[in-house]
Design a protein. Structure first.
Length: 383
């Protein structure tokens, strides 16, 4: 049997050309699309490899390569390009994630960084670390927030990442306490939307115990009381530790991330169980240096003032007079016999900027204790 000739491409007739009509384009089918996708994939691979090569060479040419590669200017410019493109949220998120891994790979060619976090794997702190550093780093899980600080202070790791505050529960006391003890700096921040899930290997009706860290249980308090009144709530050091227990013990569930469910082979019995649907935790990246100004920074300070009437009002007036916006203030009782408080204050601007520099110089005259904890770029919450 003779082979059929492929259909001829549509060619406009003279009448169609004179009328300005355009024929229907030939639709691409399976093999044609596959060939085009293959061509695109080859080009993407070539360009990604080139981007990593050029980026790593640029960092290695700097006087201090490991410091240069941590500067956030690249992430900022990429974020601006994506925003200016008008690409919708799901695609924009995917592109940001791809660039995060590209930059992580480039940094790995200069130096494989070691990052401590509150583990085990796939705790929310681990997810925040991945969001900031990508996966091409040496992650070091530790069992407490204090241990993260100690690892950084000893020089065993390059950076640590710790939770600072949550939009539902407020400050993280263990983190603030460690800032009063060790001379570390905040190098960056990550704001992560926290979506809690009920995870287990048994049906919901068979769950008698629910494990998680105190903050996670608190953030799901109303949902758990309504939907799991029969279960006893038990606090552990992290959400991923809770997931491990749910994997190993029958009748146990965990409040943890969806990624923990995958990691520890658990079923999601209920998702999005946090009481506040806009539940966000702010994490601090800690190290031993302060970054350069970016034009959209915030500064964190630790402040102790005299314990007398009007002292706090006078201190806050310095920020008002210098037209500096305060974004966060927390009080922390002094330890020991001395009466008074330490204040953790965040404000807009970088310590290299004129207004903050002038305000801190004024504040230093009356402060009992004043320490700059860091100046770093402001961040937006990510899913």
């Amino acid at each position: 049997m003779a082979k059929k000739s492929p259909p001829a491409k549509s060619v406009p007739t003279p009448a169609e050309r004179s009328a300005g009509k355009t024929p229907e384009p030939v639709k691409k089918t399976g093999p044609n699309i596959d060939a085009e996708l293959l061509k695109l994939d080859r080009e993407i691979i070539r360009l990604v490899n080139k981007r990593i090569e050029v980026t790593s060479k640029n960092w290695m040419a700097q006087p201090v390569p490991h410091k240069a590669m941590f500067e956030t200017n690249i992430e900022d410019s990429i974020g601006s390009l994506i925003s200016e493109s008008g690409i919708g949220a799901p695609t924009a998120t995917a592109i940001r994630g791809a660039y995060r891994e590209i930059l992580s790979g480039a940094r790995g060619l200069v130096k494989v960084r070691r990052v401590a976090y509150l583990g085990p794997a796939y705790s929310y702190t681990h997810l925040a670390a991945i969001e900031k550093f990508g996966t091409q780093v040496d992650f070091a899980p530790v069992s407490t927030i204090a241990a993260v600080f100690e690892e950084v202070n000893r020089g065993s790791v390059d950076y640590g990442i710790v939770p600072v505050e949550n939009s539902t529960d407020g400050r993280i006391v263990d983190t603030l306490d460690m800032f009063t003890r060790l001379p570390l700096k905040i190098c960056a921040e990550v704001q992560l939307s926290i979506n809690h899930n009920l995870l287990s290997r048994c049906p919901r009706a068979e769950v008698t115990e629910i494990y998680s860290k105190p903050q996670a249980l608190s953030q799901c308090r109303d949902w758990l009381s309504r939907n799991m009144p029969q279960a006893r709530l038990i606090e552990v050091t992290s959400t991923s530790t809770a997931a491990q227990l749910a994997r190993d013990k029958h009748g146990v569930a965990a409040v943890a991330s969806r990624q923990a469910a995958v990691m520890y082979d658990l079923q999601v019995l209920a998702e999005g169980i946090q009481d506040n649907k806009h539940n966000v935790t702010r994490f601090a990246v800690i190290g031993d240096e302060i970054g350069k100004p970016t034009g959209r920074d915030k500064t964190a300070i630790l402040l102790q003032i005299a314990h007398k009437p009007g002292a706090l009002a006078d201190a806050l007036a310095i920020f008002k007079n210098n037209k500096i916006n305060l974004s966060w203030i927390e009080s922390f009782p002094l330890k020991g016999p001395e009466a008074g408080y330490l204040f953790f204050v965040d404000f807009e601007g970088h310590i290299a900027d004129q207004k903050p520099k002038r305000a801190l110089a004024e504040l230093e005259k009356s402060a009992v204790r004043l320490e700059v904890l860091g100046s770093y770029p402001r961040s937006d919450a990510v899913e």
